[in-house]
Design a protein around this ligand. Structure first.
Ligand SMILES: CC[C@H](C(=O)O)C(=O)SCCNC(=O)CCNC(=O)[C@H](O)C(C)(C)COP(=O)(O)OP(=O)(O)OC[C@H]1O[C@@H](n2cnc3c(N)ncnc32)[C@H](O)[C@@H]1OP(=O)(O)O
Ligand SMILES: [Co+2]
Length: 134
C-alpha cells in the first residue's frame, strides 16, 4: 500500500519565522506560502533531495492544528505523508482493518492538488498519517 514518504510536516506558531530559519539558517529552498482555507492551514514546503518538509500554521478559527499548537506552543512534528497509488482502495482496506479515517472518509484535495486522507494518530502509535494519491 505505502509508497514514498511525500513529506514530513511540522506545525509552527510563526510560519514566516520558521521559513526564514529553514532558508537562512539551514540554507534550504523554501516555497512561497500557500493558504489552504479548506484545510485551516497556511503551508510552505522545504524542498529536499529525497522528500519535503511541510511547515504549517493555523489559518482561521477552526484550524485542526490549533489544539496541537496549544499543547506544543513552540511547534512540533505534526504528521507524516505517505504516497499511495489508489487512495480509495487504501481507504477501504484500512477501514476494513478497523483503522479510523478522519473526516467523512472522502478524500480532499491537498496542497499538491492531489487527493489526501488522514488516519487517526491513536491508531498508528501516536502519529498522524496523511495519505496522498500520486
Ligand atoms: C491537506 C493539506 C496539507 C497537505 O499536506 O496537503 C496538510 O497536511 S493539512 C494538515 C492539517 N490538517 C489535519 O491535520 C487534518 C487531520 N487532523 C485532524 O483531524 C485533527 O488534527 C486530529 C483529529 C488528528 C486531532 O485533532 P485535535 O487535536 O483537535 O483532537 P484531540 O485533542 O481530540 O486529539 C485526539 C488525540 O490525538 C492527539 N493528537 C492530535 N494531533 C496529533 C498529531 N498531529 N500527532 C499525534 N497525536 C495527535 C491528541 O494529543 C489527543 O491525544 P490524547 O492522548 O487523547 O490527548
Ligand atoms: Co501534509
Amino acid at each position: 500500500m505505502l509508497g514514498r514518504v511525500n513529506h514530513i510536516a511540522i506545525a509552527v506558531p510563526d510560519l514566516k519565522a520558521a521559513s526564514a530559519s529553514y532558508r537562512d539558517t539551514l540554507g534550504a529552498v523554501v516555497s512561497e506560502p500557500q493558504s489552504l482555507p479548506e484545510h485551516g492551514v497556511t503551508v510552505v514546503f522545504v524542498e529536499l533531495p529525497n522528500t519535503k518538509v511541510e511547515l504549517l500554521q493555523p489559518l482561521g478559527e477552526a484550524s485542526p492544528i490549533a489544539a496541537f499548537l496549544e499543547k506544543n506552543p513552540s511547534g512540533g512534528m505534526h504528521h507524516i505523508c505517505y504516497e499511495v497509488d489508489d487512495i480509495l482502495a487504501a481507504r477501504d482496506q484500512l477501514t476494513a482493518s478497523g483503522a479510523r479515517v478522519l473526516g467523512n472518509g472522502e478524500p480532499k484535495i491537498g496542497a499538491h492538488g492531489k487527493p489526501v486522507l488522514f488516519l487517526h494518530p491513536k491508531d498508528f502509535f501516536g502519529t498522524l498519517i496523511e495519505l496522498e494519491q500520486v
